[in-house]
Design a binder for this molecule. Structure first.
Ligand code: NAD
Length: 357
């Protein structure tokens, strides 16, 4: 028994049906049949059009067509075009093969049509586990929650991730780790999300160095995808705080790249929150196998070729003040109260790429 009393909690774990395994892509036709749907529209980015074609060949007459125009942050114009394609092709199901951008596009269609989504993730971003959607118009990203956009089925096939470039694998893995790290101090977290987060951290922290050494290693790829699943579940079931707000702001206002920004900011957000999150730090330390989580996250990024400064991502030093101002403009919950000077220091340290602690 742990020395402190169990805190009270509420837990309604929201999840898709999960089919996990090397070669699980082959289960796609069966999963479509289980949902009772007949006309799948297969979505991908332009770079993954060949993979979408593979899915179409597998599905045979269960596929009604492809749309390979998915783009980062789901621009409204792309969502509109994809919705029209879904209507024209009489699609009753959306198959999303790709990372968060492709899953995001499927969500934008489902928000309109209510069609079920089958997601086949090829990165570690975790969007496939969440009812969270995002749409971008005139440079502004609007996000929301709607149960219609939560995929009904997720097929995790580690083989689909072996082509993910090493640099993107590391930053995408750190993006997943960020969901688990913030989930550990979420106000609405519970014992189950804490277990998922700790195990997700462990799996990814052990898999990323192996992927860095041998990107084709299917065991390492399986371990990372397993970790990404757990971290995505945490994202869906526990509220995020300072780290995710900062990344959203830096991506939306300063156009910084998604997973790279997560990789740079995370050690500094954890260092900022550290005085207020002793229990979460204990779990992070266990998951990461290192007594100082903020420094461990910085080392994990830096030792494996991920960017470690906002300067390297193209943020101008003069923009730090504006970013700090925007970060405190709309108040939100965080375990340590947010004040301008502390956030400015955090951003300055992240910009310079200092090792926390
Ligand atoms: P992404 O989907 O934009 O993919 C990045 C690039 O990598 C693309 O060019 C893609 O074609 C390529 N790629 C993806 N998988 C590959 C593979 N296996 N092999 C080779 N190339 C591959 O990147 P992402 O980081 O997965 O997603 C980022 C987006 O997802 C952002 O818009 C973010 O806001 C969103 N997101 C949403 C949620 C949510 O819950 N709604 C969660 C996480 C991320």
């Amino acid at each position: 028994m742990r020395p402190h009393a169990m805190k009270s909690f509420v837990c309604t774990l929201q999840s898709a049906r999960v089919v996990f395994g090397v070669g699980a892509l082959a289960e796609l036709p069966r999963e479509l049949d289980l949902l009772g749907v007949r006309h799948a529209l297969v979505l991908s980015t332009p770079g993954h059009a060949d993979l979408a074609g593979r899915a179409v060949r597998l599905l045979g007459d269960r596929a009604t067509g492809t749309f390979s125009g998915a783009a980062m942050h789901v621009p409204v114009a792309v969502a509109r075009e994809a919705r029209e394609a879904a209507r024209r092709l009489d699609a009753d199901c959306l198959v999303a093969i790709g990372g968060g951008s492709t899953t995001g596009l499927a969500k934008a269609i489902a928000l309109d049509t209510g069609s079920p989504i089958i997601a086949l993730p090829t990165t570690y971003a975790g969007s496939e586990m969440t009812p969270i959607f995002g749409l971008t118009e005139d440079g502004e990203k609007r996000t929301g929650r709607d149960s219609r956009v939560l995929p009904r089925t997720v097929i995790y096939d580690p083989q689909l991730t072996v082509t993910l470039p090493v640099a993107l694998s590391v930053t995408s893995g750190l993006n997943a780790i960020a969901h688990a790290a913030e989930g550990l101090y979420a106000r609405d977290g519970n014992p189950l999300t804490a277990l998922l987060a700790e195990e997700g951290l462990r799996a990814l922290a052990s898999a990323l160095p192996m992927i860095h050494r041998a990107p084709q290693d299917i065991e390492a790829r399986s371990e990372a995808l397993y970790g990404a699943w757990l971290c995505g579940l945490v994202l869906a079931n526990a509220g995020m705080a300072l780290h995710h707000k900062l990344c959203h702001l830096l991506g939306g206002t300063f156009n910084l790249p998604h997973s790279e920004t997560h990789a740079v900011v995370l050690p500094h957000a954890i260092a900022f929150n550290a005085p207020s999150i002793p229990e979460a730090l204990e779990r992070m330390a266990r998951g990461l196998g290192h007594p100082a989580p903020a420094a461990a996250l910085y080392d994990l990024a830096r030792a494996h070729g991920a960017p470690y400064s906002l300067r390297a991502l193209g943020l101008a030093e003069v923009d730090i003040d504006r970013a700090a101002q925007l970060a405190i403009a709309n108040p939100y919950w965080n375990p340590r109260p947010i004040e301008r000077e502390g956030i400015r220091t955090l951003l300055q340290n992240a910009w310079e790429g200092k090792r926390p602690g």
